[in-house]
Unconditional design. Structure first.
Length: 256
């Protein structure tokens, strides 16, 4: 029996070594421009500026702490990839699958995520200033303390996303689906939320000063401690909304 166990362990070690060698071969082939199939590749702590990964397979790949500025991953599959603490400033992720990817503290200034799938992705503490986010899906994603100032947004979805303590000032989230999202203590000054779906969203402590909420659906939303001073709220649906020291558009407070 012991011999069989030793044999099984030896076979497993051989297979693991072969898989590692294959992955290393994929890395070298990708860097040489010979392939774009690099699932599970270890690409961390490298200079990958302007690398071309369009339509490639990078599922579960590791880019942690790499410099990948102005790289192109159009329509690539980076689901589950590790991109933590990397520099992807001005990278092109249009229509890419980034579901479940980890962008914790990643630099994404002016990156293009138009049409990308970021469902379930982790973007805590990221810099998304001036990023292109048209039709980007953030359902179930984490964007805690993310900075989206001047990001170019439209047609977005943040269903169930965790967006606490983020900076979302003056974004265009008109007609966006934000139902069930948690925006607690975020800054949303002068944001455009016309006709947006905010049903059951958590807006506790959110600064919505001067926001446009005309036609928005805030049914069941938590507005405790929110600042709605000078907000526009024509035809806003507020059935079942929760108030508590909420500053209303006219400066009065609502709720004990």
């Amino acid at each position: 029996m012991a011999g069989w166990r030793w044999f099984g362990a030896a076979v497993a070690a051989i297979l693991a070594g072969a898989a590692l060698a294959q992955t290393q071969g994929d890395v070298e082939a990708f860097l040489a421009g010979q392939t774009k199939d690099c699932a599970g590749c270890q690409l961390n702590e490298r200079n990958l500026d302007r690398i071309k990964g369009d339509n490639g397979d990078f599922r579960g790949a590791n880019f942690e702490q790499s410099r990948v500025t102005r790289a192109s991953f159009v329509r690539a599959n980076l689901s589950g990839a590790n991109l933590k603490s990397a520099d992807f400033n001005r990278a092109d992720f249009r229509f890419a699958d980034l579901s479940g990817a980890d962008f914790t503290e990643t630099l994404l200034f002016e990156a293009d995520f138009s049409g990308a799938n970021l469902k379930g992705a982790i973007l805590n503490g990221v810099n998304l200033k001036r990023a292109r986010l048209a039709q980007t899906k953030f359902d179930g994603a984490e964007l805690i303390e993310a900075d989206l100032r001047d990001a170019r947004t439209s047609g977005n979805s943040f269903v169930g996303a965790d967006v606490r303590r983020a900076i979302l000032d003056r974004l265009n989230l008109r007609e966006a689906n934000l139902s069930g999202a948690n925006f607690e203590f975020s800054d949303m000054i002068e944001i455009d939320l016309r006709d947006a779906n905010l049903r059951n969203a958590n807006l506790a402590g959110v600064n919505l000063y001067g926001a446009n909420l005309n036609g928005a659906d805030l049914t069941g939303a938590n507005l405790e401690g929110a600042n709605l001073e000078r907000a526009l709220m024509s035809d806003t649906k507020l059935d079942g909304a929760i108030y508590g020291q909420t500053i209303m558009p006219d400066g009065t407070r609502k709720g004990d």
